[in-house]
Design a protein around this ligand. Structure first.
Ligand code: SF4
Length: 277
């Protein structure tokens, strides 16, 4: 159980009563509450693009941050800016950690569009249970959920390794559940827990529903665009190679296996001959 004192979408209070809860929380728990931010602050026009209780959201954010113990940026909007900050970013939407005047407090990013509910819950639970920040990666994301790529634990990975790809939606490969790399899957460059924790109580996730990962938890994913275009800028072998190279390699391995098999047969035959002799 947590005490979710203020949340403008699900709290029972409204209007002045709701806003009074912020003041009450600051007074009662000064320096001892977690500020979890959803969305981002538009800075243009003095923050007029997002108004809460007659005041710019950015002002509320800056003020409350001064009194918080730590800040969580929920989702890709608060973490990176996401769609609102996509070019040309007409409102100058700005992620939490880049808001001028935000308090110098620990900021944890929990990106995803939206973030996975179990991940959100676990981050808060960890902080409340151990009274410390979870270990973060160099981008400020909790390592326990963002240290592996979707691709690392994807159940379609054997098809990737075998060079079996969906070439277009609804083809035979799609029906067989082949890898979605060629139809734009960003799993090889996206760090999140979708392929392990999944969604809706572990029921499924986009790749399981036949849709490539669009990389929604990565910085600037919207501007990178090309949701259905293949990644072309990843290097090396394995997950970094392009799909054609993987396909070729898979064919060579099959060819190599046949040659080894043939070799073993020859040895057997010679042995048999020798026995006969
Ligand atoms: S490219 Fe996408 S669908 Fe294919 S194995 Fe990787 S994460 Fe899974």
């Amino acid at each position: 159980m947590i005490s979710l004192d203020y949340d403008d979408t699900i709290m029972a209070a409204a209007g002045e009563q709701a806003e009074a809860i912020i003041e009450e929380t600051i007074e009662k728990y000064d320096g001892n509450f977690i500020l979890a931010v959803e969305g981002n602050a538009p800075l243009d026009e003095d923050g007029m693009y997002c108004i809460i209780a007659g005041k710019p959201f950015v002002e509320q954010l800056k003020r409350v941050s001064q009194h918080a113990k730590a800040i969580i940026s929920w989702g890709s909007c608060a973490s990176w800016g996401c769609v609102q900050a996509a070019r040309p970013n007409p409102t100058r939407a700005t992620p939490t950690h880049k808001v001028p005047g935000i308090a110098d407090k620990p900021i944890i990013k929990v990106p995803g569009c939206p973030p996975i509910s179990e991940v959100m819950t676990a981050v808060i639970t960890y902080m409340l249970t151990f009274d410390k920040m979870p270990s973060l990666d160099n981008q400020g994301r909790p390592k326990m959920f963002y240290s592996q790529r979707i691709h690392d634990k994807c159940y379609r990975r054997p098809h990737f390794d075998a060079g079996q790809f969906v070439e277009k939606f609804d083809d035979e490969g799609a029906k067989k559940g082949y890898c979605l790399y060629k139809v734009g899957c960003k799993g090889p460059t996206t760090y999140n827990a979708c392929s392990t924790v999944r969604w809706s109580g572990g029921l499924s996730f986009p790749i399981q529903a036949g849709h490539p990962c669009i990389g929604c938890s990565e910085d600037g994913f919207w501007d990178k665009g090309g949701f259905y275009e293949r990644l072309t800028d990843i290097k090396g072998f394995g997950i970094e190679a392009n799909a054609d190279e993987i396909g070729k390699t898979a064919a060579m391995v099959v060819g190599g296996a046949a040659a080894i098999h043939a070799g073993v047969s020859v040895v057997k035959r010679i042995a048999t001959k020798g026995d006969d002799a």
